[in-house]
Design a protein. Structure first.
Length: 552
């Protein structure tokens, strides 16, 4: 590839590489991720610097990965002996092409897609963009094959211009950002090793995950000094079943789930707000009862989970908040069920009947402690359930539900209850610690560089704290306390197996994450497109300038 790139300008290099990367499929959870990694290593190995320094490009296999996925690392050492290092990282995977429908055959052909959208009357904005010639279409064009291309271009630049590199540059291309983040999680071990064995002092990480207009006509290029985090709070709901002929004596778990959905889903009161930041409320991603076939018994159990973005609140605080919300909702429901049954009994002339309407609300950690006090060995049950159901090829979230169900089965009471726990993925929030001298110094550097590039290009930049979507940069540090770590691990069934995350290592690494994103529209949509003038021409130089200034 080097023989093609060497005769091209920076802008041309970025476009050529993006086009080629789009054409090579790398859907999340497929062998394409592995093939894309091999292709990237092949490109890097064609650069003269890496032909002379073969050990400076290597792969890190993802342990026990059925697809043989891997991380690709490349290191350029500056001409000084400085240990300061900037990390570039980008993910190689994309979402699938189901949204392209009948156009799936051309989803990876930017030129054909551009011609199609030039005559696409259903969306005037898309049609105008296609007609301008300034946009590249195709799956992954924006998220984030163009980001990989920009990092490759700058890797080549600094490998050939090492006198411009006051420190070192480490580049990481990893798989699986769109799902379980196995690539970046595995990379934490390697980054820790490099700190010690290669004497690399990570000053900052630069991701270039995509940015988009936040409203119609928005031309601002948003730069983020951190990223939103995510919890997946899950609720295993166990009711009291009954025949439909006596349904009002039941405690229906689907009714409890409906109440939880109303209480949590899109609840703005559960959302953190900060000036000039885009923050989002919880969203329901799953709701299902345990019914496998039709019968006339009310459901025995139900599961529901939510996407819950986190920013400055700790997981422990969110756990406490959700317990309060759910507890209050269940108390209201208990009264409603009791009143409904009493009215039903009176209308039908039925005798009084002693029925409990209590619904217990408890966290997974509290439930484990309760079962331990009863000498029921819950942790053995957790491991047994994990071993049994791991053979069933279940989704990790469903495995977590099965583990919680196994604990419920241990309990001789089997009372109606809601058990709150966390399941994969857990993505910590990451922000620049501006309260520290290091954080303040980094912020000053970032602001100065953005001001310079604004003067040179007239681009409008706005600096914000939290990248509003999920990004791998979240895993490069952990700002929580030891108490926070315990709260997560105690309420996350089999976290060591389902979503191993070395929170202690992340806390020790503490690499500030900056997102200088490629710019475009419609990420994860069939109209996905990247804006070439900014992404291919301005962004590479912005990242170069930022890299040099951070290392000075």
């Amino acid at each position: 590839m080097f023989h093609i790139l060497q005769a091209l300008s920076t802008e041309q290099q970025a476009e050529v590489l993006t086009r080629r990367l789009i054409q090579l499929l790398s859907y999340n959870g497929t062998i394409g991720e592995t093939e894309k990694a091999d292709f990237l290593k092949e490109i890097i190995c064609s650069f003269p610097y890496f032909k002379e320094n073969e050990s400076f490009v290597w792969e890190q296999p993802i342990s026990n990965d059925p697809l043989g996925r891997k991380n690709i690392f490349a290191l350029v050492r500056g001409q000084s002996e400085c240990s300061k290092t900037v990390l570039y990282h980008a993910h190689v995977d994309t979402v699938g092409i189901e949204d392209y429908g009948a156009l799936h055959d051309i989803a990876h052909d930017p030129d054909v897609l551009e011609e199609f959208f030039k005559s696409y009357p259903a969306d005037a904005e898309v049609q105008a963009d296609a007609g301008s010639g300034n946009w590249m279409f195709g799956r992954g064009a924006l998220d984030m094959q163009s980001g990989i291309a920009v990092h490759l271009v700058n890797l080549l630049h600094f490998s050939e211009q090492r006198d411009q590199l006051p420190g070192n540059l480490l580049v990481l291309f990893n798989p699986d950002e769109e799902s379980q983040h196995v690539g970046i999680r595995a990379a934490l071990t390697e980054l820790t090793r490099l700190e010690t064995e290669q004497n690399l002092d990570f000053i900052a990480a630069i991701n270039n995950d995509f940015i988009s207009p936040l409203h119609s006509g928005d031309q601002t290029r948003y730069i983020y000094t951190g990223a939103a985090g995510k919890l997946l709070p899950c609720f295993s709901i166990f009711g009291r079943e009954a025949h439909v002929g006596d349904s009002l004596s039941a405690i229906d778990p689907t009714l409890i789930a409906a109440e939880l959905n109303l209480a949590i889903n899109a609840n703005l009161d559960l959302t953190e707000y900060f000036q000039n930041e885009l923050t989002l409320p919880p969203s329901c991603l799953y709701l299902k009862d345990d019914k496998q076939i039709y019968d006339v018994q009310t459901a025995v159990s139900c599961g529901i989970y939510f996407n819950h973005f986190i920013y400055e609140k700790s997981p422990k605080e969110i756990l406490t908040q959700l317990v309060d919300v759910v507890g209050n909702r269940c108390e209201t429901l208990e009264k409603k069920l009791a009143q409904t049954y009493t009215e039903h009994r009176k209308r039908n002339g039925l005798p009084e009947r002693e029925i409990s309407w209590d619904i217990e609300v408890i966290t997974f950690g509290e439930y484990v402690e309760k079962l331990e006090e009863m000498n029921l060995h819950p942790l053995k049950a957790v491991e047994a359930a994990l071993e049994h159901f791991s053979e069933k090829d279940l989704d990790e979230r469903m495995l977590a539900f099965k583990i919680v169900e196994a604990l419920h089965q241990l309990d001789p009471e089997k009372k109606p209850r809601v058990i709150l726990f966390f399941a994969p993925p857990f993505i910590p929030a990451n922000r620049l610690p501006v309260e520290s001298n290091k954080g303040q110094s980094l912020l000053t550097t970032i602001e100065a560089v953005l001001d310079e590039v604004h003067q040179e290009t007239k681009e409008t930049f706005e600096l914000r704290k939290y990248f509003p979507y999920l990004a791998d940069g979240s895993f490069l540090s952990f700002n929580g306390t030891e108490e926070d770590i315990s709260s997560i691990e105690n309420n996350f069934p089999a976290m060591h197996k389902l979503f191993a995350l070395p929170l202690g290592d992340m806390k020790a690494l503490n690499i500030p994450s900056i997102n200088l994103g490629v710019y475009g529209k419609s990420g994860h949509k069939w109209t996905e497109r990247v804006y070439k003038p900014y992404t291919f021409k301005i962004l590479p130089h912005l990242i170069r300038k930022m890299t040099k200034r951070l290392l000075e």
